[in-house]
Design a protein around this ligand. Structure first.
Ligand code: ADP
Ligand code: MG
Length: 477
């Protein structure tokens, strides 16, 4: 609420009066320069008077823009008083939050402003620290166990409960033995007891058997003492390395897979060569049958030839994907790529009772510049993920369209699978992030890299009804 008063006081008089105020105060002229400050203000920002007076006030006080306007439009006299949140800026550059009251004054010739700073907060508030500690303990992905000097459990966080498979309220304020009873005897089991005698443990790698699961851990245990050095208690930090171990194994397995892939690529060649001769001879037989008038048998050969073509194209694709190649960027029509790929995708979909719906919003699209084989790899990966997400049945929709507003060509790969849970959404492009037992977690990061390299991007939207991956690529006008 604006207060309708203004100070009718000469500046000289005012400054003398401010000297003794217990509150930090600054006087600013209508151009925003500091006219005067009082000792309390200087004390709050750890500066000398000469450093401040005559300088633009914004060097020492940070307030919202609208409040700065208030100072610069001093002639707009309908408001005389403002209260806002701001900060004072100390000599070392730290910002200390404060409430600022701004009052307009008039010394007979020009306007000035009085800035009163209330409650300058110079340290982290204890409440903030307390909340931070609480959140840290409950949210962090590290198991934390705190005991007092008698070994009574004073705190155990969620991650530790999960690791031990226990409930917090059953164990809190109970002796530590009750918790450790869940661990089969192991070497570093006594780290916390040791910490109570002053022995610190740091980053010790160990394997515990908790219940019937084996966990790989990094364990820390620290002693807590009061100022006089008396032991108050101890805490233990447990870092679960089990998934990292699994990852290591997975990488080893992927290496093996890569080797298998190379062998398979070699084999694919060996399949294609005999196929070519079978195809040639079949064509000969087909004409022979035709001449002899065996219409039915001729029909069979046609079916055989069609199937051979299909095998041929599958093998070719397989070869393209497994071979490392030189990247060839050239203008291309995205629908051509899809026409070549669709047989593979459809084949895979049929195996899982899925329908494939291919929609192009126009017959000709502007060209894009890309490496066609790498693009195929992107689309195949997206389709593969979609098919894996749906499992059995469902509809895979591929839509090619223009996003004119963004000047991009868009390809949607949409499934009717279970969707991606929100916790996973920001991780799916991380290398090695996978929710599949036999996944590699490399599909999406590779896709993203390929698309970024041609100046495009990949967007995802996911709900319970399924997921849409959209590839956006710049096109040639
Ligand atoms: P991988 O397929 O080997 O797991 P990706 O990088 O291809 O690796 O995918 C990473 C993760 O993203 C998958 O494990 C899965 O959890 C999630 N994901 C990807 N595509 C889909 C989709 N269409 N529907 C649901 N989840 C998906
Ligand atoms: Mg994948």
């Amino acid at each position: 609420m604006p207060i309708g008063f203004h100070l009718d006081m000469e500046l000289r008089q005012l400054v003398a009066w401010l000297e003794k105020m217990p509150q930090a105060v600054m006087v600013v002229d209508d151009r925003g320069y500091v006219v005067a400050v009082n000792p309390m203000f200087l004390h709050s920002i750890l500066r000398d008077r000469e450093e401040v007076e005559g300088k633009p006030f914004a060097q020492f006080v940070a307030i919202p823009n609208e409040a700065v306007e208030f100072i610069h439009h001093a002639n707009d006299t309908c408001v005389w008083y403002r209260q806002i949140h701001g900060s004072v800026i100390a000599k070392d550059g730290s910002y200390f939050p404060t409430d600022v009251q701004m009052v307009r004054g008039w010394d007979g010739q020009r306007r000035y402003h009085l800035l009163f700073f209330n409650r300058i907060i110079r340290q982290v508030e204890p409440q903030l620290l307390q909340r931070f500690a609480d959140h840290l303990i409950s949210d962090i992905h590290l198991g934390i166990v705190l005991v007092d000097e008698h070994g009574i459990l004073m705190e155990i966080n969620r991650a530790a409960c999960d690791l031990f498979g226990v409930q917090r309220d059953k164990l809190i304020h109970q002796p530590l033995d009750k918790l450790m009873a869940h661990v089969l005897p192991a070497q570093e089991q006594h780290v916390l007891e040791n910490a109570l005698t002053g022995i610190t443990t740091r980053n010790v790698a160990t394997t515990w058997k908790i219940g019937d699961k084996q966990v790989h851990l990094l364990v820390d245990a620290h002693t807590l003492r009061d100022e006089a050095g008396h032991i108050l208690g101890a805490y233990m930090v447990l870092k679960d390395m089990t998934s990292l171990r699994l990852l290591e194994e997975q990488i080893k397995r992927n290496d093996r897979l890569a080797t298998i892939g190379q062998i398979a690529a070699g084999t694919a060649h060996e399949i294609r060569n005999p196929l070519t001769s079978i195809k040639g001879f079949l064509q000969v037989i087909k004409y022979a049958l035709k001449e002899k008038g065996h219409v039915k048998e001729q029909g069979y050969t046609e079916i055989m030839l069609r199937e051979i073509n299909r095998i041929n194209s599958l093998v070719s694709e397989f070869l393209l994907l497994s071979k490392p190649r030189n990247i060839k960027l050239r203008p291309l029509q995205v629908t051509d790529i899809w026409n070549e790929m669709l047989p593979i995708v459809e084949n895979e979909a049929i195996l899982h009772n899925m329908e494939v719906n291919f929609v192009t919003e126009r017959s000709v699209f502007p060209l894009i510049v890309a490496d066609s084989e790498l693009l195929k790899q992107v689309f195949l990966n997206l389709c593969k993920n979609a098919i894996e997400a749906m499992g059995e049945g469902g509809m895979l929709t591929v839509r090619i369209r223009l996003e004119e507003a963004e000047q991009k060509l868009a390809i949607d790969v949409q499934d009717t699978g279970p969707g991606i849970p929100s916790y996973a959404l920001d991780k799916i492009f991380d290398p090695f992030f996978t929710t599949k037992e036999n996944g590699t977690g490399l599909g999406l990061p590779v896709c993203q890299k390929i698309i970024h390299e041609i100046g495009g991007m990949i967007r995802v939207s996911s709900k319970e009804w399924g997921t849409v991956f959209t590839v956006l690529m710049p096109y040639i006008d």
